[in-house]
Write a protein that binds this ligand. Structure first.
Ligand code: PLP
Length: 412
């Protein structure tokens, strides 16, 4: 994928951070900019704006198996998760694989907080959730409890056992919130079938504009789980979020959702590209660890760690070569910090610090993978020989971490 708004040809492999705008989304966005009306106005111009918003609402709803009336447009997934967690829940169950946009509001939530264990493969421990529920039985209809479980992880691509968790939650009258930001448009999702109460979405991860997203609020949601409005004001979004709708961004989101749904069929191609990438990386550097490879994963994501290579330096070196990737544990500032996700999986620190994340998407080609591999091979060849087995040596000092890193190293 060339360009990316920068001069020269670039290779962009950071779709989980933000995907390039899809042509369909750009066209819908630009066309909507010329509609003068306010969607709340009754005249023809207002009705034209309303029609754009409602068409997009239908497209977004279809992506996740919801009804249009269940979709509330927000400024993005961070707002959506803050909204869900701002209401007072008696108990909130969550885990450290959640994105900071979800984890931080969980930590700030009032009420009891229960942190669930994460297995070494990156999935939330369903047995641990069942045990936590058994420890404190809840009365359906009176629990006001919420389980927070993402659909797919942004750092590793690991898919969470959402269906099993939702089944358990339902049996205990607990509401379910799933951050589907990384999963939407990459795996089939049906929130009604899964029995989810709340789903958060973000347009820019699926090739829509930045700064627009949605909270999907299942209308089968029990009376307990109803949220107070996010914003009060003019009564927009059926009184759930006041403020004139961001019509152009909503139009772009809708178009991106439709295109992402259509492109689910393209996931096989991306899986083949990702698998080839991992095979060739292991050929170049056989001691590479593929993090989370033993769990079901998104087809577009790989998290790789290489002993003796610092992720932040590798990211910069690749960037200078024209290849955009992320450090696996990059925080919002772009700096490599402690990754809660990798720590929760029991990944040894030395591995986490060398973890890089590559994420592919609709415009990724074989040539992008070739460009990454050429640059990667060059930088890895320069790696000091003494550091090549850093991962194993360091792991020797910590038997538990070693057992886990060995498992990870053997995951392929
Ligand atoms: N959840 C996940 C898994 C993400 O990857 C992100 C974005 O990085 C978010 C939530 C936050 O989304 P937004 O940028 O729309 O606030």
């Amino acid at each position: 994928m060339a360009g990316g708004g920068m001069s020269g040809t670039r290779t962009y492999l950071d779709y989980n951070a933000s995907a390039p705008l899809r042509p369909e989304a750009r066209a819908a966005f630009v066309a909507a900019l010329d509609v003068a009306g306010n969607p709340s106005s009754v005249h023809a111009e207002g009705r034209a704006a309303r029609a754009i918003v409602e068409a997009a609402r239908e497209q977004v709803a279809t992506l996740v198996g919801a009804k249009p009336s269940e979709v509330v447009f927000t400024s993005g997934a961070t707002e959506s998760s803050n909204w869900v967690l701002r209401r007072s829940w008696q108990t909130v169950y969550y885990s450290d694989v959640e994105h900071a946009a979800v984890r931080a509001p969980c930590l700030a939530a009032s009420g009891r907080l229960v942190r669930l264990e994460v297995c070494a493969d990156g999935t939330v421990d369903v047995g641990g959730f069942a045990a936590a529920l058994a420890e404190r039985p809840t009365v359906p209809g009176q629990s006001h409890g919420l389980i927070v479980v993402q659909a797919a992880n942004n750092e590793t691509g690991v898919l969470q056992p959402v269906a099993a968790i939702a089944d358990l939650a339902r049996a205990h009258g607990i509401s379910v919130f799933s951050d589907a930001v990384q999963a939407a448009g990459r795996i089939p999702l049906d929130m009604t079938e899964l029995g989810l109460d709340f789903v958060s979405l973000s347009a820019h991860k699926i090739g829509g504009p930045k700064g627009i997203g949605a909270l999907v609020i299942g209308d089968g949601t029990s009376g307990d789980a109803v949220l107070p409005p996010m914003l009060i004001g003019g009564g927009q979004e059926r009184r759930r979020r006041g403020g004139t709708e961001n019509v152009a961004a909503i139009a772009g989101f809708g178009a991106a959702a439709a295109a992402a749904l259509r492109d689910l069929a393209d996931m096989k191609r991306l899986a083949a590209l990702r698998d080839r990438l991992e095979r060739d990386v292991l050929r170049i550097a056989p001691d590479t660890v593929v993090i989370g490879a033993r769990a079901p994963r998104l087809a577009n994501t790989t998290a790789l760690a290489l002993g003796g290579v610092s992720a932040d330096r590798l990211v910069i070196a690749l960037d200078l070569d024209g290849v955009a990737i992320s450090a696996g544990s990059a925080c919002a500032s772009g700096k490599v910090g402690q990754s809660q996700v990798l720590a929760a999986m029991g990944v040894a620190d030395v591995i986490a610090k060398s973890a890089i994340r590559l994420s592919l998407g609709h415009a990724t080609t074989e040539a992008d993978i070739d460009a990454f591999l050429a640059s990667f091979a060059r930088h890895v060849a320069r790696r000091p020989a003494a550091n090549r087995s850093d991962t194993e040596r360091t792991s020797d000092a910590a038997p538990q971490a070693r057992a886990r890193s060995m498992t990870l190293a053997g995951e392929r």
